[in-house]
Design a binder for this molecule. Structure first.
Ligand code: IMP
Length: 181
């Protein structure tokens, strides 16, 4: 059965809308970071799709790195701590950092990560996020380059998963019935 036309999915942001917005964000980033050789840091795995499109929309010299951090759970909610599963391969002292994330939900993950990167002596640390589920925010996280604000619904596609599924959808969708496979 086709995954892309799965009837259990309700498209909320089409592939065309995503690409149009990314072209605008890429132009903003190219303008703001011209001559600064920024380092884009993608947060695995969800941001891989957004990062790969966003970097191609930004026509400037830039570098790319990845980090993997543990997703939120009951433990993190109380401690505010995030576990780094894969760290950067390079030092970032003096570099202009642009963290690229799929979605900001409670903000707990990003507030930890941004503070962690700042503490390593980066010249600047900014955030690009495709989606902002602002209603659920617990920690304030400034999003410098935002794709779309979305309501408090669980979304999949374009890198975002539900139990490791649906990352390959070219659009953002809401799963109508999570119990249906
Ligand atoms: P935060 O720390 O609550 O902001 O969590 C952000 C992370 O939670 C994202 O990077 C996603 O991995 C995950 N997440 C939050 N909301 C969704 C969603 O609607 N669909 C898929 N993953 C989500």
């Amino acid at each position: 059965m086709s995954e892309f036309t799965n009837p259990n999915l309700e498209v909320s942001i089409s592939a065309e809308e995503i690409q149009k917005r990314i072209a605008e964000l890429g132009a903003d980033i190219a303008r703001d970071y011209a001559g600064k050789n920024p380092l884009m840091i993608g947060v695995l795995k969800g941001a891989c799709t957004f990062l790969s499109d966003l970097m191609r929309a930004a026509d400037i010299q830039l570098g790319v790195e990845f980090m993997a951090i543990s997703s939120y759970g009951a433990e993190m909610r109380t401690s505010g701590e995030v576990r780094i599963l894969k760290d950067l391969d390079v030092a970032i002292e003096g570099r202009h950092i642009l963290v690229v994330e799929d979605i900001v939900d409670t903000g707990l993950t990003l507030s930890y990560l941004l503070a962690n990167l700042k503490s390593r002596g980066a010249a600047s640390v900014k955030l690009a996020a495709l989606l902002d589920k602002h209603e659920r925010r617990e920690k304030d996280v400034p999003i410098d380059y935002l794709g779309f604000k979305i309501p408090d619904k669980f979304v999949v596609g374009y890198g975002l998963d539900f139990a490791e599924r649906y990352r390959n959808l070219p659009y953002i969708a809401v799963v109508k019935d999570p119990n249906m496979t």
